[in-house]
Design a protein around this ligand. Structure first.
Ligand SMILES: Nc1ncnc2c1ncn2[C@@H]1O[C@H](COP(=O)(O)OP(=O)(O)OP(=O)(O)O)[C@@H](O)[C@H]1O
Length: 489
């Protein structure tokens, strides 16, 4: 906490267990008014659990929570909201079958009267305009029809809408993980403006640059405890990584295929975006890592899904020459099977190789899950536990394991690193490169410009079409940004 800011939040000795798993082992944390605290830590460190306790959506086994110097009794999500606590969690909470305005009304029961729908619509659109100018979202849009990035924008904007309750503390748990760099910049700029007005923030992100550049103070969590807590100026990226306890594995800089002419290996995918006019097919050969870039929602996911479909049925404009696996971007809606165990979730794309006679062999399924748990460090005491017992980043790793553990020769990845911690990301980058070296083809849509550097070739999308086609030697962040805003020819 900075010396000048009076205290808004104090957490003392917070403990939380889930069965045998100790998620929090006695956490102390304080936050001042008008202060922005960055909270970082490896996947499963306990960040979201701690925030659920602060939001009243989980109850600590031990410890105390004080808000504005008072220890509230009967703390609950409703009381937290009344006291000015707002949260945006990783797993979005909007009702998919309701409109943007209706979701806002649910959050503000005081919006009544015959024109509540108009009032709720105005409330959310004003906030969207303030945070994300040019957002392109309508109040009557059904949430389930919005791509994940736009859903995240609505969820963020809704947290700032105000009727009869104040906004004193906003918890943002990986709010930029589905946003492209431009939109993430809009949110971070807004956050700093609101901090200047005296609102406090807890900002969780695995993008350490974002945390270092936008937070006043940073607390690092590791295995259910805070292990460092100091002014942001006291840290740099290496110090944060060291405190998190992740061994930084540097991605191999010298990529195989540097400067290699394309097309020397067999064609795996040729796909034309539906809105493409003129030339501009996406082409991927065996052993290539192909990046899909551009602002979120500009046709990258649609093309990946068309390629996925083309593996099993004819799709106009898409040619696929081998088996395909997909790492879904929206794990909540399209990725995890929520009633299944971690092992079942990992094995579901490998059923042919898991079969013994007519039945799926549990022994083989367990062995596959254990292999991947160790390979990419999925933090769980037991692969038979339900998939939802994993932290968000660890669920994402299980989806990765599902695709990479299958025998698919083409792996489609729809912004697959959402919520994955920095150490694991490095390991997965190396793994993807090794798999490509052994002949697998990857199509990789990412909202993180840094990840494009892992690709052999990058296609930039704008308004549903490919507007630039860059080799890795040509690839720069400026070129990607310029193309992202250029009109398709
Ligand atoms: N509902 C639950 N049931 C069982 N275990 C849980 C549950 N929720 C969290 N855990 C466990 O508690 C630990 C902390 O998880 P938490 O989600 O707080 O981590 P995190 O730091 O937010 O991770 P990430 O960066 O991946 O989001 C993990 O070991 C997780 O598996």
């Amino acid at each position: 906490m900075t010396a000048t800011s009076p205290e808004l939040v104090r957490l003392n000795g917070i403990e939380k267990h889930f069965g045998a798993v100790r998620a929090l082992g006695g956490v102390d944390l304080a936050l001042g008014r008008g202060e922005c605290l960055g909270l970082v830590g490896h996947n499963g460190a306990g960040k979201s659990t701690l925030m659920h306790i602060l939001a009243g959506t989980a109850v600590a086994d031990r410890g105390h929570l004080a808000l504005g110097g008072e220890v509230p009794s009967g703390y609950s999500p409703g009381l937290a909201k009344k006291l000015g606590v707002r949260c945006v969690f990783q797993e979005l909470s909007l009702c998919p079958n309701l409109t943007v305005a209706e979701n806002t009304r649910i959050f503000h029961p005081s919006l009544t009267g015959f024109n509540w729908r108009r009032k709720a619509g105005r409330l959310i659109l004003d906030k969207l305009d303030a945070i994300f100018p040019g957002h392109g979202i309508g109040a009557s849009d059904l949430v389930q029809d919005l791509p994940i990035g736009r859903r995240q924008m609505v969820e963020v904007a809704r947290a700032f809408t105000m009727t009869d309750e104040p906004v004193r503390l906003v918890i943002l748990d990986e709010p930029t993980s589905s946003l492209d760099a431009h939109t993430a910049g809009q949110l971070l700029g807004f956050m700093r403006r609101v901090v200047a007005e005296g609102v406090s923030f807890i900002f969780i992100s695995h993008l350490l640059g974002e945390v270092l550049a936008n937070c006043d103070r940073i607390a690092v969590m590791r295995d259910g405890r805070t292990v460092a807590d100091a002014s942001a100026a006291a840290f740099d990226r290496d110090k944060l990584v060291a405190a998190m306890g992740d061994v930084e594995v540097h991605a191999r800089e010298a990529h195989r295929g540097e400067g290699r002419a394309r097309g020397q290996s067999p064609l795996r995918v040729r796909a034309r975006p539906k809105r493409q006019s003129g030339v501009g097919d996406l082409v991927a050969h065996e052993g290539e890592i192909i990046g899909l870039a551009g602002l979120a929602g500009h046709g990258q996911t649609e093309l990946l899904l068309a390629i996925f479909s083309a593996a099993t049925r004819a799709v106009t404009g898409v040619e696929v020459t081998a088996s395909v696996a997909l790492v879904a971007g929206d794990r909540q809606a399209d990725g995890v099977f929520p009633l299944w165990s971690i092992a079942e979730n990992i094995g579901v794309c490998s059923l042919a190789s898991l079969r013994e006679g007519l039945l799926i062999s549990r022994r083989r399924e367990d062995a596959l899950a254990a292999l991947w748990r160790d390979k990419i460090r999925i933090r769980t005491p037991d692969v038979h536990d339900n998939i939802l017992s994993l932290s968000g980043g660890n669920q994402q790793k299980a989806l990765f394991a599902r695709a990479l553990g299958s025998d698919a020769r083409i792996v489609l990845m729809d912004d697959p690193m959402r919520g994955v911690d920095v150490g694991t990301k490095r390991e997965v980058y190396d793994l993807i490169r090794q798999e490509a070296d052994s002949g697998r083809t990857f199509l990789w849509y990412t909202t993180e410009t840094d990840e494009l550097k892992q690709c052999d070739h990058v296609y930039v999308f704008r308004n549903g079409a490919i507007v630039a086609d860059l080799t890795r030697n040509e690839l720069t962040e400026e070129k990607v940004i310029q193309s992202s805003f250029a009109e398709a020819s």
